[in-house]
Write a new protein. Structure first.
Length: 202
């Protein structure tokens, strides 16, 4: 589990809105701006909290906000008014690396301060990979090699792979790396293998 918390002084955003009113257009989405502007005189507390969402998301991901775009984290609101966090760009890439599968965000403000809390949960297998790399020094390539070879050891006895046509579908994340390892092992078993790589263009 990954947690990020950020406290923001509402007065700071009152000053920003007074001196640089167009800055909100660079930082926040149209939906976020509309949400804040509906608050009238209290709009600064909402802007402060949404800025905190970006800071808290960066902290949860362990990379902060530097090197990311302003809208790499942004908030929408659900049917009952609950905030929902979304990631893009650098933040989305980091979340994929960590195996993030769930995210929650809580926003509150009281008098002079706004607070935002972000909680992210990772796929357990990815968490184990990270622990193996951090605590035991296993290179990520070794983990992918082991995962791929283990898959092939399980499926090898089920089929005579010689001359069989196989398509291995891979994404662009770490599981995709496992897929390439599987493809290589199946080639060694004299299967006819094609790899289909699915992902967004760089």
């Amino acid at each position: 589990m990954f947690v990020g918390v950020d406290l923001v002084k509402i007065a700071r955003w009152e000053r920003i809105l007074e001196k640089f009113p167009r800055r909100t257009e660079k930082i926040f989405t149209e939906e976020e701006i509309a949400h804040c502007e509906k608050k009238g005189k209290k709009r600064a507390e909402s802007y402060a909290a949404l800025w905190g969402a970006r800071e808290a998301a960066g902290k949860a991901l362990g990379i902060g906000i530097f090197g990311s775009a302003w809208q790499d984290a942004y908030v929408t609101w659900g049917e009952w008014g609950q905030p929902e966090l979304h990631l893009a760009g650098t933040f989305a890439k980091r979340a994929e690396e960590l195996g993030i599968t769930e995210m929650s965000i809580s926003i509150s403000h009281e008098e002079e301060m706004a607070i935002t809390v972000v909680v992210m949960a990772a796929d357990e297998s990815r968490s184990l990979d990270l622990e193996a790399m951090k605590s035991y020094g296993f290179p990520e390539a070794v983990l992918m090699e082991n995962a791929g070879s283990d898959v092939v050891s399980l499926i090898q006895p089920e089929i005579d792979w010689k001359g069989k046509s196989v398509v291995v579908v891979c994404g662009t994340g770490n599981n995709g790396g496992d897929g390439f390892v599987i493809a290589r092992y199946l080639c060694a078993l004299t299967a006819s293998v094609a790899v289909l790589l699915c992902g967004n263009e760089a």
